[in-house]
Write a protein that binds this ligand. Structure first.
Ligand SMILES: [Zn+2]
Length: 295
């Protein structure tokens, strides 16, 4: 990337955006400038949610970084993609699901295909997507409707049951208006849009979707739930920390080999480097959506 690009990025991100952490260092990964974007604003727990787990923000508690300690009321979580999600976005989103499922050793999700005719823009505002029965993963091309700042990458919203420690329904909305959300190892930025790695972003948003809150970098610097994410070409954060695994197992338990977290972490290297999650995700997508098969 040349300096023209660099200046463009500087102008876009420096322009009155207080909530963004911009780190322009000497790091250059695959031609892209390295910078971190705050994802703090993607998650807004209500006062009732905070009251349901008073330990959510206490780093000394095992319940730290968890907003819904009882998880989903019903498993598996049935979900659908909005109509505009492309094949690559779906595979990388599903790979993020497979990563969380691997961490607990069991299936948490059931894929129900596409929410026909519906995308993020179908809904009049952010919270109206919660009024239907679908747990949707949507692209928004009209981000202003969410009333979130332009730089916010995505957002997860959810309903609780009468008991705020339980989740009954949730949606994820991705800011497609201001970012290219895809595979950051193969997608390119444009003059106006930076690339955001779908798998990395989905891993973070799915953490919220499953009941996790933000985790400060000082507490666990490797957590995918840190309230900032590296974005740009070639930049990914597709891994869970030991703390992420501990926290998700606290909510959903564990089965089989996943209960041995040391062994799981050893296996992790192999899983990530062999792109095992993407391969499983591609098969999952194929088996559930025959109309998407290439002929
Ligand atoms: Zn977040």
């Amino acid at each position: 990337m040349g300096s023209k690009y660099f200046q463009g990025v500087m102008m876009r991100y420096a322009a009155g955006v207080a909530g963004i952490i911009v780190t322009f260092g000497n790091f250059v990964a695959c031609g892209s400038q390295l910078y971190q974007v705050s994802v703090k604003e993607d998650f807004s727990p209500s006062e009732q949610v905070k009251a349901a787990n008073p330990e959510m923000e206490n780093p000394d508690s095992t319940l730290y970084g968890i907003h819904a300690p009882s998880g989903w009321k019903e498993l598996p979580i049935r979900f659908q993609f909005g109509k505009d999600m492309n094949q690559e976005q779906k595979v990388h989103f599903l790979a993020a699901i497979k990563t969380w499922e691997w961490a607990v050793g069991k299936n948490l999700f059931e894929y129900l295909g596409t929410h026909e005719q519906t995308n993020g823009d179908t809904f009049v505002d952010l919270y109206s997507s919660l009024t239907d029965e679908v747990n949707g993963q949507y692209l928004d091309a009209n981000w202003v409707k969410t009333k979130k700042p332009n730089y916010v990458l995505a957002t997860t919203i959810w309903n609780n049951g009468p008991d705020y420690s339980l989740i009954t329904k949730a949606d994820i909305r991705f800011n497609e208006e201001h970012y290219i959300i895809g595979n950051s190892l193969t997608n390119f930025a444009t003059d106006t849009k930076e690339v955001v790695d779908m798998q990395s972003l989905a891993l973070h948003e799915l953490g919220h979707f499953l009941g996790l809150a933000h985790v400060d970098a000082e507490v666990d610097s490797l957590s995918i739930m840190n309230p900032s994410l590296f974005i740009g070409e070639g930049l990914t954060s597709r891994r869970l920390s030991r703390g992420d695994i501990d926290r998700i197992q606290l909510v959903y338990g564990c089965e089989g080999n996943s209960c041995d977290v040391d062994a799981l972490l050893e296996e992790a290297e192999d899983m990530y480097s062999n792109e095992a999650f993407e391969k499983t995700a591609a098969l999952w997508l194929d088996s559930n959506a025959p109309s998407l098969r290439a002929h």
